[in-house]
Design a protein around this ligand. Structure first.
Ligand code: C2E
Ligand code: CA
Ligand code: CA
Ligand code: CA
Length: 275
């Protein structure tokens, strides 16, 4: 065994080695993934709790690597950001999501996730406008999801970008609400149509009265501000029934549908989630 000398890494383990090698391989292969059709979009439905109807789908990016198999976005989005590929990939996501939605019934929306780096890119707005035009999709049927992290370093620029989008009728959702440095300033200053309550609250709310109180208060606050609320990560009928009772607008989660390829919209839309 080596004795650690000055300047050597002291806490090196075989696990780190493997993780670094994998990350290196992914960074090497990501540039060709787009050109080689290894990226695809899974779609996860939103259920309207008032009408019990599907209101639309969120696009979630997938990478099918030729030898390593499916790579989750939690692993490769950060690589895409570090290498600057996020802009090309992000544009492909918006374009592909708009093209898909253009074939759906006209009352369904599509939402796409935008990362911090994408929102700093001056070309983003033009890219979205071009994607909408190319697909012939009405802008009101597109929603963008952002997280609070983007707002910390970039508040003024992000507000003005989001205002441009909403003046086109593209709507804006604040994702993972409650997990980061959630500030009430965001609810007041951003042109938000929707707040997505993070999965961790939905998971705990039935066992933890304080958590349930937060969920109820968030819904009430959002509604006072004319912001709709979507609960993420709904996995049980109990959770769904509770959210319905406390006036949550929409639910998303494995109970309603896992992210998947969609070829049967009428079938998905006809699914029932009875009380
Ligand atoms: P997110 O936007 O918060 O997406 C929700 C994540 O929770 C998805 O993971 C989804 O598969 C998972 N999920 C949905 N319902 C349930 C449930 O009932 N239970 C559990 N346990 N999980 C559920 P996924 O697809 O692995 O995506 C992870 C994150 O990667 C997303 O979090 C989003 O931040 C990011 N991401 C995905 N697609 C894109 C993209 O096209 N662009 C960017 N910039 N980021 C993306
Ligand atoms: Ca999201
Ligand atoms: Ca989320
Ligand atoms: Ca998340």
């Amino acid at each position: 065994a080596k004795t650690p000398g000055a300047g050597s890494i002291q806490f090196f383990s075989p696990g780190d080695d493997e993780a670094a090698a994998r990350r290196h391989a992914l960074a090497r292969d990501l540039p060709s993934a787009l050109a080689n059709d290894q990226l695809w979009l899974a779609f996860q439905p939103f259920l309207d709790l008032g009408s019990d109807r599907i209101r639309g789908f969120e696009a979630l990016l997938r990478w099918q690597h030729p030898t390593l198999g499916p790579i989750p976005p939690s692993e490769f989005i950060s690589i895409a950001e570090e290498t600057g590929l996020i802009h090309a990939i992000g544009h492909w996501v918006v374009k592909t999501a708009c093209l898909a939605a253009a074939r759906w019934p006209r009352d369904l929306r599509v939402s796409v996730n935008l990362s911090v780096m994408q929102l700093k890119n001056k070309a983003l707005l033009d890219g979205i406008v071009a994607a909408l035009a190319e697909a012939g999709l009405e802008p009101r049927r597109l929603e963008v999801e952002i997280t609070e992290t983007v707002l910390i370093s970039n508040f003024e620029e992000t507000i003005s970008l989001l205002q441009s989008l909403s003046s086109l009728s593209v709507t804006v959702a604040l994702d993972d609400f409650g997990t980061g440095y959630s500030s009430l300033t965001y609810l007041r200053k951003l042109p938000l149509s929707r707040l997505k309550i993070d999965r961790s609250f939905v998971q705990d709310m039935l066992a933890d009265a304080d958590c349930a109180a937060i969920v109820r208060s968030l819904i009430e606050l959002a509604h006072e501000l004319r912001i709709e609320v979507t609960a993420e990560g709904v996995e049980t009928l109990h959770q769904l029934d509770y959210l319905r009772r406390v006036g949550c607008d929409e639910a998303q989660g494995y109970l309603i549908g896992k992210p998947d390829r969609i070829d049967d919209i009428p079938g998905i839309a006809a699914k029932q989630f009875g009380q």
